[in-house]
Structure formats: C-alpha cells, structure tokens
Design a protein around this ligand. Structure first.
Ligand SMILES: [Zn+2]
Length: 64
C-alpha cells in the first residue's frame, strides 16, 4: 500500500511539473510541438519546429 501511494505521489508531482496552470484562464497549459512549413525560393520546403504552451488564452491562435 505504501509503495502504491508513493508512486501515485511521484506521478502527481511529475504531472505538475509538466503541466502548469495558466494564471489568466486557470486552465492547464499543455506543451505542443508546432511545425510550420516554408517554401524557399529554390523550391524546397523548410520546416521549423517550435514548442508552444497552449491554454484557453492562445489555443485559437495556435490552431488557426
Ligand atoms: Zn490561459
């Protein structure tokens, strides 16, 4: 029982580190990897990756 409890506590702590609450909308901010493509003048695609934290405040902008 004690082992199961400590595991649950660790999982909860890890979850808290990964998902932070937004102070504005009070929703969880989830990290997303956004990939944008850009066509270069030579005709090849260039891809840019960036990590964004998404919550209610900016989800419409990010997934537009
Ligand atoms: Zn927010």
């Amino acid at each position: 029982m004690a082992k199961a409890q400590s595991f649950a506590e660790k999982a909860a702590k890890a979850g808290k580190l990964k998902y932070k609450k937004c102070p504005k909308c009070d929703n969880m901010m989830e990290p997303y990897l956004v990939v944008t493509g850009e066509l270069s003048p030579s005709g090849t695609w260039k891809f840019n990756q960036r990590r964004v934290k998404v919550c209610k405040c900016n989800e419409k902008e990010v997934f537009a």
